[in-house]
Design a protein around this ligand. Sequence first.
Ligand code: SF4
Ligand code: SF4
Length: 468
Amino acid sequence: MVEKDRKLITRREFIRIAGLTATSVAAGSLPSDNPAKAAAPASQQQLSATGKAPRPWWVKSVEKPTIEIDWDQLQRFDSRKTMRSTGFAALIGKDEYEHLLRVAEENEKQRILDHMPGYTLKDQALNAAQSTGARGARSFLGPQNAQIPQERGVPPWSGSPEEASRLLRVAMRHFGAATIGFVELNEQTRKLIYTHDPDGKELVFQDVDQATETATQRIIPQKAKWVIVYTVQMSIETVKRAPTAIAEQTTLLSYSRGRDIQEKTQEFLRGLGYQCLGEATNNALAIAPALAVMAGLGELSRLNRMITPEFGPMVRVFKMITDLPLVSDQPIDAGIFEFCKSCKKCAEACPSSALSLSDEPSWETEGPWSNPGHKAFFENSESCRTYMTEKAGTNCSICFAVCPFSKKNKVWLHSWVKAGVAKLPFLDGFLRSMDDAFSYGAQKDPEQWWWQNLPEYGIDTEQTLRED
Ligand code: SF4
Ligand code: SF4
């Protein structure tokens, strides 16, 4: 069999493959950071006139598919005959079909009770989260469609807070979250939960077992003590076109992805036997940047928003509350807030002068939109909103686009920052100048975006797998 397969490769193809292999071996002996030998990243390759991405040389366009088709014999087909539920039930009969469903249900229960790898309660909860969530609407209590353990006839999931934290992180990364952190609610951190949601409903902590929602209130059980904070990546390539409709839709896409992750997580935790209370509307439940900072997802910045080590400010932040005990995370210091003190690039670029140009943060807030009690670079949100409405016609995000941390290749900047910029503040100005000199923060041409070969959602989902 192996011999036969080998004969399928022509002599010419063999020489070509051998040549390429030799080239790649030679290239592999060069330093990996040699830019002259580095292949152009996929995102720098241009699309064809019809928008097709380049494909490998061994993919050829042919006139007919590689299976034979008799178009005279082929007719339109009735989808109900396929072996999905209706076609299968019709073929084997209703009684036999229902018998099989009962067998499947009993087997599923037994596998959970036997802790069969791949079929445990956590696996089934993950599976149910995919099939019952994603109605496309945010809600405090979640879709509530997934089977709870009692309905399956099995006990709720149990494990240590460490195990619970791992399970939840892995599931949420799979659902599309970029980074995930946890904050335990105590007398202090509870102050970061809003008193009222944007729709006017009051958020009330009560000594009850189950969360409920009335016409005027959303009741959070006291035992729901853990906040899940998560980020969703935004596409740098579109935000670099701010302020335009192309840039604005990035925010909308991120919010819809955040909503989808929320629903799936709510269903996943329900499937494990726990409650998960989400944002009933956009920007509801709690102060996102504050909780993200407490969860160590990033640091507050001159934008008065969070900047992450992995994605800079190119994220949207979301939060939920659960009664599943989790391990609280710690805040981080990656030198970002310190860097902001001398950088000021966002404030200088802001067309509405909404961002602070002060050398140091302040305890004094700018207006009623700010929550006092933390020392920050408070922004003038009124100027910002006025500019967006009156001039931009879309949301703005220029400040996000020009930030030196908004780049795909953050190696040089983070290396310097990590190396101790926080401890050697005089270097911050030098790094800002370097960023200006290489135009890393420059905004890009909106039309050129329509010709770029970009990954799905325009984001690099492997960013957190590398150590930049
Ligand atoms: S979004 Fe635009 S107007 Fe608002 S602070 Fe940022 S740069 Fe200024
Ligand atoms: S542009 Fe500079 S000052 Fe503004 S948030 Fe980014 S690093 Fe901080």
